[in-house]
Design a binder for this molecule. Sequence first.
Ligand SMILES: NC(=O)c1ccc[n+]([C@@H]2O[C@H](COP(=O)([O-])OP(=O)(O)OC[C@H]3O[C@@H](n4cnc5c(N)ncnc54)[C@H](O)[C@@H]3O)[C@@H](O)[C@H]2O)c1
Length: 439
Amino acid sequence: MRIAIVGTGYVGLVSGACFAEMGVDVTCVDIDKDKIDGLKNGIIPIYEPGLKTIVMRNYEAGRLHFTTDLSSILNEMQIVFIAVGTPSDEEGNADLSYVMTVADTIADNMSNPLLIVTKSTVPVGTSFRIRDVVRKRLDERGLQDLRFDVASNPEFLKEGAAVNDFMSPDRVIVGVESKDAEELMSKLYRPFLLNNFRVIFMDILSSEMTKYASNAMLATRISFMNDIANLCERVGADVNMVRRGMGSDSRIGRSFLYPGCGYGGSCFPKDIRAIMKVGEDVGYEMSVIKAVEEVNNRQKTILFQKFNSWFNSDVEGKTVAVWGLSFKPETDDMRDAPSLTLIRSLLNAGVKVRAYDPAAMQEARKYLDDNIYYAADIYDAANEADALIVPTEWKEFRMPNWSILKKIMNNHLVVDGRNIYSKEELASYGFSYSGIGQK
Ligand SMILES: NC(=O)c1ccc[n+]([C@@H]2O[C@H](COP(=O)([O-])OP(=O)(O)OC[C@H]3O[C@@H](n4cnc5c(N)ncnc54)[C@H](O)[C@@H]3O)[C@@H](O)[C@H]2O)c1
C-alpha cells in the first residue's frame, strides 16, 4: 500500500514513520523545505523518544520518503492523510487554512481514485467541507466520474510517548461514509492491532466529535483536580491523599487526576477553545468547558503567586531557577506551556530567571529570546537563586542533590508545580516548600 502524509510535524512524522515500520510505503510531505532536507539527512526536527531510530531505519530501507511536492506524488497514492496544524485563530476557532490549502492541492492535481483522510483535529463537518471542495473542482476539471472518498481518523497520540501510542493504540477511531473506505482503513491498521482489533468505525461527524470530546474530558479532569487542590489548600486537606482516595473508585479511575500548574501544549488549549466555538456556531453554550478554561487560566498563574506571596511581594531583583520549560516531560514542545506564563510574570516583576530543560532549550529561545539565562544543567540554573520553581516534572529533576542546592542557592524556597517532592524531606535540608493542594 502507498500512502502520503501531508504535514510532517509531531503527528505526521510519527504516523508516517510508524506506518512505514509496519511495511507501508509512506511519503511524508511538508512545505517546510528545511525540515524535509534535514529529514533526508537524518535530522529529526522534534524531540520524541524512539522516533529517530524508526525514521532512520525506514528511510534507509526505502519505505519512508520525504518531499515538498505533493502534486508530483499524489497520483501514485491510495490514501492521503492530512496532518497539518489547526491552530486557534484570533477568535478561538480552529484555523482551517492549512487543511483547506492541502484540499485545494489535492483537488487541482488528482486524477486517480483516492481516499482523503483527515488526521488533523478539525471542527465537526470539516471532512465534508473537504469532500465538497474536491468534488466541485473535479467537476470543473471535467472529471465527473473520478471516484474519491473522504474519511476522518483523528489522532490520539501523546507527545513524549507518541511512537509507543501510535504502535499500540488504545483504539483507532475511523469515520467513513463508504464500505470501500472502511475496508482500506481496516487493511491499513490491521498490523497495529493484531492481538486485539480495536478500530471503531462510525460516521464521519461522530468521529470528528470524538476527538474534541476526548480532549475536553481529559482537560476537564485536570481543571477539576486543580479546583479541588486549591480548595484542599484552603481547608487543610492534602490533595495527594484525596487523589488516591478518589482514584481507587473504579468508576473514577486513576488517570488524569494530577493537580499541577495547568495544562498546556499544542492540543488541549486550542481544542478547548475550538469546541466552545463549535457550540457557539450552533447556538449552544458549552458551560462546563468554559469553566475548564477559566480554571486553567487561573492555575497557570499559581506558581508565580506562591513565589510572590512567600516573599511578601518584594521580589524585584530576586533570582529564580526554573526547572522544566516544555509543556510536559519528554517533549521539546513549548506551545502554550505553563512555564511561559510563569516566566513572563517573573520578568514583569523584575525577577531574573535562570532556566534549564533537558530538551526544550532551543525551542524556548523562540519564545523567550535572550530575556532569561539558559543554564547548562539544574545546578547551574540554581546557582545563587532565591527560589527554585518546577513547572515540568522531567525525571532528572526528581532526586537532585539537596545538599549542593542548599549551598549554592541564596534563599531556600522550592515551589513544586507537579508535587514531585516531599515537604518533610526538603525541610530536613533546610528548604521551605510549597506544592499544589497541600498544607
Ligand atoms: N501534537 C500532538 O500531540 C497532537 C496529537 C493529536 C492530534 N494533533 C493534531 O494533529 C494536527 C497536527 O499537529 P502537529 O502537532 O503535528 O502540528 P505541527 O505544527 O507539529 O506540524 C504541522 C506541519 O504541517 C506543515 N504544513 C502546513 N501547511 C502545509 C501544507 N500546505 N502542505 C504540507 N505541509 C504543511 C507545517 O510545515 C508543519 O511541519 C493538529 O490538528 C493537531 O491538533 C496533534
